[in-house]
Write a protein that binds this ligand. Structure first.
Ligand SMILES: [Zn+2]
Length: 455
């Protein structure tokens, strides 16, 4: 065990220090939330520039050598501060851009005017991910400029737009971002009171499948009954993607088993809005189905709309299919498996073509070793309860980019979100009590990594 690396007094001192810092951290967070830094192209990009400036100012105030970096996309901020000689380097990641707010009418208060209600701070970016930015700043402030490790802070400006220039930033500035440990603070915790490290993310494959049965559309009264229409053929083809229990029926896909956490069917029904009487699909624990097994969803179709419908056998139809894949699965191999399945299961000899839209790698951390030991100890001290390993069913593309670019670094995926955060939705909010624990945990992690080195 590593419990003796910091004394109880040292741990308590960091807790007290962070508690003293929280009012200013909160005020700075609110200032960031008031800047509508939506990175989507249809929004005013001068706001993203303003938020990059505001973040740079916060880092400079903590003594970091700070630069705003633009490599063909939105501005990112990189800051660095040197720790004691021989101390490890820790890179802290967050992003300062936000999702569009959606319709103001769906919010109970204005998205860019932060407001506290019942211990939560509401506002777009109040959690995702401006609280991630401020957790890093709080951890820096906890040491009053005398950091126990060298720290690089990297705050991206286009995560919510898919990080288009991240690859170039990593190419051109990667040597400044390299570290022994990389903390990516853009995920969350298991539930209020239970911290988590996110150790797996599913990858994704998106395809368009096109089906053709006729040279041209024909009258259903004259040819229906003998000639197959493309819409029915497509629907039957899509129907082969699952077995009767709702498991993905495509051969050649990986699957794993998720950590054994308490997550029952009632909670899943409540959180997902599943209707009474509608059964769950798939087999295995619910978390295994959500985090480590593949899933397939038809997310769009090109067929004649009801409004424009006539008595016609359609010659062509198409569907966009989204497949989530196990964290360890190679996305190219998964695409090939899906393509093979679609091409070989066409009913009635219908012509099928499958085109690739997008591939995304998953992530499976090697969640062992000294950095993970110190992180788990830091989380346990901050919350008073051991952290759990959790998965995320969606993908966070930049995480696999970092993992691929820095194969020797320990990658820790942390964050401020909880099940009620509603990141990306209306009424996004941050649980302020959990936020303080996130800040304490990050400060403790830096202290532990420094203490471990100097032993
Ligand atoms: Zn985020």
């Amino acid at each position: 065990m590593t419990a003796d690396i910091l004394t109880t007094d040292q741990i308590q001192a960091i807790r007290d220090r962070v508690a003293d810092l929280m009012p200013q951290v909160r005020a700075d967070l609110e200032r960031l939330v008031r800047i509508p830094s939506v990175s989507a192209a249809s929004f005013d990009q001068s706001q993203v520039a303003r938020s990059a400036e505001a973040v740079a100012e916060l880092l400079r105030a903590e003594g970091l050598d700070t630069e705003i970096v633009v490599e063909g996309g939105r501005p990112a901020v990189i800051g660095h501060i040197v720790g004691p000689e021989g101390a490890p380097t820790v890179t802290l990641y967050a992003h300062h851009d936000v999702q569009p707010p959606g319709d103001d009418a769906d919010w109970d208060s204005k998205p860019f005017e932060p407001v506290e209600r019942d211990g939560r701070l509401y506002g777009r970016g109040a959690a995702d991910d401006k609280a991630g930015v401020m957790a890093h700043v709080a951890a820096l402030r906890a040491f009053k400029g005398e950091l126990p490790v060298s720290v690089t802070v990297f705050v991206e400006g286009e995560e919510e737009s898919g990080s288009p220039s991240l690859g170039t930033i990593l190419d051109r500035h990667g040597d400044r971002l390299a570290a022994d440990a990389i903390v990516l603070a853009d995920s969350g915790n298991w539930q209020i009171g239970t911290p988590a490290l996110t150790t797996t993310l599913r990858g994704g494959v998106r395809v368009i499948v096109r089906v053709q049965t006729l040279d041209h559309s024909v009258h259903s009264g004259m040819y229906g009954g003998a000639a197959p229409d493309a819409v029915t053929a497509l629907i039957r083809l899509l129907g082969t993607l699952h077995d009767d229990e709702g498991n993905v029926a495509v051969e050649g896909l990986d699957e794993g088993v998720a950590a054994d956490l308490d997550y029952d069917e009632a909670r899943f029904r409540e959180e997902s809005g599943l209707l009474d009487g509608v059964s769950l699909i798939g087999t295995g624990s619910i978390l295994t189905r959500l985090w480590t097994k593949p899933s397939i969803t038809t997310i769009g179709m090109d067929v004649t709309s009801i409004e424009k419908a006539s008595n016609t056998l359609a010659a062509k139809a198409a569907a966009k299919v989204s497949m989530r894949i196990a964290p360890t699965q190679d996305p190219k191999a998964a695409f090939e498996a899906l393509k093979r399945h679609l091409e070989s299961h066409a009913p009635w000899g219908a012509k099928v073509s499958v085109s690739l839209e997008e591939l995304g790698s998953g992530f499976a951390a090697d969640a062992n070793g000294p950095v993970y030991d110190e992180a788990r100890a830091a989380f346990a001290d901050a919350w008073g309860t051991e952290p759990v390993d959790m998965g995320v069913g969606g993908s966070i593309p930049f995480i696999s980019d970092f993992a691929a670019r820095f194969p020797d670094a320990a990658i820790l995926v942390t964050g401020v979100e909880d099940p009620d955060t509603r990141a990306h939705g209306a009424n996004e909010s941050l649980h302020l009590g959990e936020f303080e624990r996130v800040c304490v945990a990050e400060a403790l992690l830096l202290a532990r990594l420094g203490a471990r080195q100097s032993r």
